[in-house]
Design a protein around this ligand. Structure first.
Ligand code: KIV
Length: 275
């Protein structure tokens, strides 16, 4: 009864949490990307991406909002379902959007929706000391959880903008402590957004679970970027950590393969992409 997943494509068995843990212990970099629809999901899979996130960044790159705040659970479920149809090998993670986890009961009910209706295998929530109990509750219900630390776009109206986090020693220390507490509470993965490279490396070294970074330097176990940023679809000023992989690539698939290769070889991120 457990063989059907492997048989789907035995040459490319699906990535699981165990695969990601093994990659971390072998020192093999994890290549992750966001994705929002089935057509791109097929390409992202074919390019060799290990982890796919249906991020609430969909509010900005798909829906045209200025922030991720307006995104709803229904929105994430809709896009996650489409992405799940296009994916074979990558591990599928989905965002719990703004205010979908104000209590552990809400977090559980909405995680169940992302998994049962959307096909997600892991849920991600923007975390800190206040989310330790929620992560513990989800973990106690056997839900795979990624704790997102650093720049938390859902808090942008409270924190005052999309800014690098953890720059001063006290803030860095608080983040290190939160990461450890969230891991202890049962987080299976940590995502670090927009923090100094040195802090990204230190947090990764202190944890046992895989750590994925975006603008967190080369010292994390893997990297994630927003799909539309690397394919040069996003217009306007891009964050410093973004690299356009379409340059010189003839097709989107070629660009995606270049991204995966650059992450695996440790060529991305380069020092100029860090803080
Ligand atoms: O929503 C998203 O796309 C994310 C990434 C920026 C990591 O959380």
């Amino acid at each position: 009864m457990y063989t059907h997943l492997q048989l789907r494509d035995s040459a490319r068995p699906p990535v699981t949490l165990a695969t990601l843990r093994d990659m971390r212990s072998r020192g093999e970099k994890i290549a992750a990307l966001t994705c929002y629809d089935a057509s791109f999901a097929v390409l992202v899979d074919e390019a060799g991406t290990d982890v796919v996130l249906v991020g609430d960044s969909l509010g900005m790159v798909i829906q045209g909002h200025d922030t991720t705040v307006p995104v709803t659970v229904d929105d994430v479920v809709y896009h996650c379902r489409a992405v799940a149809r296009g994916l074979g090998r990558p591990f599928l993670m989905a965002d719990l959007p703004f205010m979908s986890y104000p209590s552990k009961e809400h977090a559980l009910a909405n995680s169940v929706r992302l998994m049962q209706e959307g096909g997600a295998k892991m849920v991600k929530l923007e975390s800190g000391a206040g989310q330790v109990e929620i992560v513990e509750f989800l973990a106690a219900h056997d839900i795979a959880v990624c704790a997102h630390l650093g720049l938390k776009p859902q808090s942008v109206h409270k924190t005052g903008g999309f800014r690098v986090q953890g720059r001063d020693a006290a803030a860095g220390e608080r983040m290190r402590r939160s990461a450890k507490d969230l891991e202890r509470a049962g987080a299976d993965m940590v995502l670090l957004e927009c923090i100094p490279s040195e802090l990204g490396q230190a947090i990764t070294a202190e944890l046992d679970v895989p750590v994925i970074g975006i603008g967190a330097g080369p010292g994390t176990d893997g990297q994630i970027l927003v799909l539309y940023d690397i394919l040069d679809i996003t217009t306007g000023r891009k964050p410093r950590f973004v690299r356009n992989f379409m340059g010189g690539a003839g097709t989107s698939l070629e660009a995606l393969k270049r991204y995966v290769e650059a992450v695996k070889k440790g060529e991305y991120p380069a020092p100029e992409h860090g803080f």
